[in-house]
Design a protein around this ligand. Structure first.
Ligand code: GMT
Length: 371
């Protein structure tokens, strides 16, 4: 097939999922056309069958806000026509689904029919989509998509609640390429906790610092906070206030997540909300036990007490205690390492998940699914 993919090219789960999906589809013989405003961070454009089309957003003194949604729609239509795409698949509803809707209308006016698929990732529904300024248009865009997927059952349910949409939603979980994630045989002499995110308020990164401070009352440990975003400065200040600054490292964004995660003895994910928690899956694939919050789609990924521990949002004492258990109880830790990897292999490998997208595309192209 010839597949157009649009996503945010920046540091974030939805862009990573879209990029890995495109790369895997290309390996499986499909032609994949990325239509984005910059090269997605994990995209290797030298791979066969991967094509990249940049969206240029022209500015003009009249525009206080350059109309990215329109530039994207125009580029989608142009690429779809030129390369005879079979389907346009957008990741993150806002504003990508609206651009796809416009592109489909433009193409229809030129006698070309193309289905559009939207994958919902999380905050497009739970945070941005609930904001009054985007609510109606997001609902409309989702209703107009020919096919909708969500990255967890929880997100699919939330979408129906938030928008009152009764259209079927296909749950297709995020996946992990197991060849890129391996279990490191040795542990660090001083345990290393790792957190990876975009440091937005929803990630509750201050809780990571608090967990480290609570844990250090019982045992030595260090924390690596990988990523960047609005809460970085205040988290650094909190580490100073709690007297743990010299044990917390903020290395910024990192290009090799697989290597960074593999170095960890434990991954912390204390989010307020998480539709899936891709980094938790990457940690499980690397045999790194996870302490996360029991929210959103996380319990669909991590089974509490088998692959890791789930705690209530904000309960840093419980998270620190669970971290201590994992770091001090070798048989428990070993069980989590094996079970996490096994879960990644059996439920979330690219071999399991990518064919589900292929089947979904086939249905849409044949005019089935929800049209
Ligand atoms: O985390 C965000 O704010 C945005 C979004 C993204 O683009 O990274 O993350 C969402 O999509 C990921 C990939 O499907 C999921 O693993 C994350 O759980 C989800 N984030 C939230 O629901 C907060």
């Amino acid at each position: 097939m010839r597949i157009g993919i649009t996503c945010y090219p920046t540091y974030g789960g939805s862009g990573i999922v879209a990029t890995e999906l495109g790369l895997e589809l290309a390996r499986r013989g499909h032609d994949v056309h990325f239509i984005t405003y910059a090269n997605p961070i994990r995209l290797d454009t030298s791979v066969d069958r991967i094509h990249y089309h940049e969206v240029e957003v022209a500015t003009y003194p009249l525009f206080q806000y350059p109309p990215y949604t329109l530039a994207l729609a125009s580029r989608m239509a142009e690429v779809a026509e030129r390369y005879a795409l079979d389907i346009l698949h957008v990741h993150y509803a806002i504003p990508h689904s609206i651009s796809a809707y416009l592109a489909r209308a433009v193409l229809a006016s030129r006698g070309i029919a193309i289905p559009i698929a939207t994958t919902l990732h999380g905050t497009d529904i739970t945070l941005v989509g609930t904001d009054r300024s985007y609510h109606l248009i997001t609902k409309f865009a989702i209703e107009q998509s020919d096919g909708i997927t969500a990255v967890s059952r929880n997100l699919s349910d939330r979408m129906k609640e938030v928008f009152g949409i009764e259209k079927p939603v296909r749950v297709i979980y995020n996946s992990v390429n197991l060849e890129q994630y391996t279990i490191r045989p040795h542990r660090n002499p001083e345990p290393l906790l790792v957190h990876v995110s975009n440091f937005r308020p929803v990630k509750r990164i201050h809780d990571c610092v608090r967990v480290l401070a609570a844990l250090r009352k019982h045992m030595p440990a260090r924390l690596k906070m990988v990523g960047d975003g609005p809460d970085r400065g205040s988290a650094e200040r909190l580490a100073q206030e709690l007297g743990v600054a010299k044990y917390v490292e903020f290395p910024g964004k990192c290009s090799s997540i697989a290597r960074t995660i593999a170095e960890a003895d434990l991954l912390l994910l204390p989010s307020e909300l998480e539709s899936f928690g891709l980094v938790a899956l990457e940690a499980m694939a690397s045999g790194v036990p996870v302490v996360a919050t029991n929210v959103g789609g996380i319990p669909e990924v991590i089974t509490h007490g088998e692959d890791g521990f789930l705690c209530e949002v904000g309960d840093v004492e419980a998270m620190a205690e669970r971290a201590r258990e994992i770091l001090t109880d070798a048989p428990l830790r070993e069980r989590f390492v094996r079970s996490g990897r096994h879960t990644a292999e059996t439920r979330f490998s690219t071999q399991t998940i990518i064919p589900q997208y292929e089947a979904f595309y086939e249905e849409l192209v044949r005019g089935g699914a929800h049209r």
